[in-house]
Design a binder for this molecule. Structure first.
Ligand code: SF4
Ligand code: SF4
Length: 429
């Protein structure tokens, strides 16, 4: 670690959180990095112990702590696994912030990931870089972050080109109003997935509006230890979404949704903002959750005899605790079979920018996942987060034995809904 240019600020407050950890180890089997390395240093318990020791000023050498926190993928599977309710994320962020203040550059990541941070604030540039990345992947064998990964970047298009939502149910004054959070990467590179989620919500009877002035959710800034820019992004979103009253704030990216729901924690020490953050976050829901609301019109879905597996977003499952909602919807698809696979709740190794910054670890986690997917011979792998979509596509290209397409839950469900509607029309005719 580089020499410390700044005095570390005391973070003894974190001891109130670490003392909830009784070192039982129940979280260890849920942790993907512990499963890969088998080392305590790469487990939640080991990481918590490191932060605790640093807060007690019992760590003369911080390099072990730096390694422990740097290689955490941030999936937060340790939180629901913990019987003592330890809030691991709080400890992780406190530890990372402490190290950064001590001069650590471990969390800045590779040049590519720093560029990605910048681009989250510039959607047009993000789209252009996406196009460039795909071209580069075809002409340069390896550009340091993996040409296979660049080749997975989806086709981008300007969101202004998105066709209007087309459903059979026109909004009425009684339709619950939903503000749609587009997200930076989703908006720039996964516009079709966002559109499918909006279409589904409209079909279920919601009146959906895309709110102007919204920005990146801030998740990857937070995971890179950039607290102040995360807060700035959060405040911009709160302002944008409090201009009018919407019953819900919907999104189609598990990682973004989790970040949006945690704005009150992020802004807890800012009295001017915390209530506004709570008013914002209490209305944030994944689109799949809203489709299951009692007030939503139930939708019919028709498949074509495919075997499907779901790689759920870790943050939808572990932070939003809504991982069962897409599963409930997918079970409603007539004609397709949702197949479970071993350790399907485990992270895919995407982790925001983790698969750029820690490629070897991310691929080891992914390879383990693909081996377990392969034995189920699916036709389709469904995801609900952009990073997972790219990571699973990369997994399919690395593992030729998996002959499946990768698709977002929203585009799959929308297609199945259109198929059900046209089959109903044929019956009615
Ligand atoms: S974080 Fe929770 S599950 Fe893990 S060792 Fe501590 S108390 Fe046990
Ligand atoms: S967030 Fe994920 S990788 Fe990090 S300690 Fe928890 S389970 Fe392990």
């Amino acid at each position: 670690m580089s020499k410390n240019p700044l005095p570390a600020q005391p973070f003894t407050w974190v001891l109130a959180e670490t003392e909830h950890c009784n070192k039982c180890g129940f979280c260890l089997p849920a942790c993907p990095t512990y499963r890969i390395s088998g080392q305590e240093l790469h487990s939640p318990r080991g990481r918590i112990a490191m932060v605790e020791a640093a807060a007690r000023e019992e760590l003369p050498d911080l390099s072990g702590m730096e390694e422990a926190l740097e290689f955490c993928v941030g999936c937060r599977a340790c939180e629901p696994a913990c019987p003592s309710g330890v809030h691991y994320e709080r400890i992780l962020e406190a530890g990372r912030t402490y190290l950064i203040r001590r001069g650590s550059t471990a969390f800045r990541g590779a040049l590519a990931s720093r560029s990605a941070l910048y681009l989250t604030k510039h959607p047009k540039a993000l789209r252009q870089i996406g196009r460039l990345g795909r071209r580069l992947s075809r002409i340069v064998p390896d550009v340091g972050i993996g040409s296979d990964f660049l080749g997975m970047l989806p086709k981008t298009r300007d969101t202004s080109a998105i066709r209007p939502v087309n459903t059979n149910l026109p909004a009425t004054p009684m339709s619950p109003r939903v503000a749609f959070f587009s997200g930076c990467v989703m908006d720039s590179m996964f516009a079709d997935e966002n559109l499918a989620a909006r279409n589904l919500l409209e079909a279920a009877g919601y009146s959906v509006e895309v709110v102007l002035g919204q920005s990146c959710c801030g998740a990857i800034h937070l995971h890179s230890g950039e607290i102040e820019s995360t807060k700035a992004l959060a405040k911009a979103n709160i302002v944008a979404f409090e201009r009018e009253h919407w019953a819900w704030i919907a999104n189609a990216a598990g990682g973004c949704g989790a970040m949006l729901q945690e704005y009150p924690e992020l802004l807890a020490d800012e009295s001017d903002w915390v209530q506004r953050a709570e008013a914002f976050s209490s209305r944030v829901r994944d689109f799949s959750t809203l489709l299951l609301e009692p007030t939503a019109s139930p939708l019919a879905f028709r498949g074509n005899g495919s075997r499907i597996v779901l790689q759920n977003s870790c943050h939808l499952a572990n932070v939003q605790r809504a991982g069962q909602d897409p599963i409930r919807l997918l079970r409603q698809v007539e004609g397709d079979t949702l197949v479970s696979f071993q350790d399907q709740e485990m992270c895919c190794g995407s982790g925001g920018l983790y698969n750029i910054n820690h490629r070897t670890w991310a691929q080891a986690i992914l390879d383990d996942k693909m081996g377990k997917v392969a034995v189920k011979t699916p036709d389709r792998i469904l995801v609900n987060n952009p990073g997972c979509q790219l990571q699973m596509q990369s997994g399919v290209s690395r593992h030729q034995e998996v002959r499946a397409s990768v698709e977002h839950v929203a585009t799959y469900l929308w297609r199945c809904h259109l198929a059900a509607r046209s089959s109903q029309s044929r019956r009615d005719a």
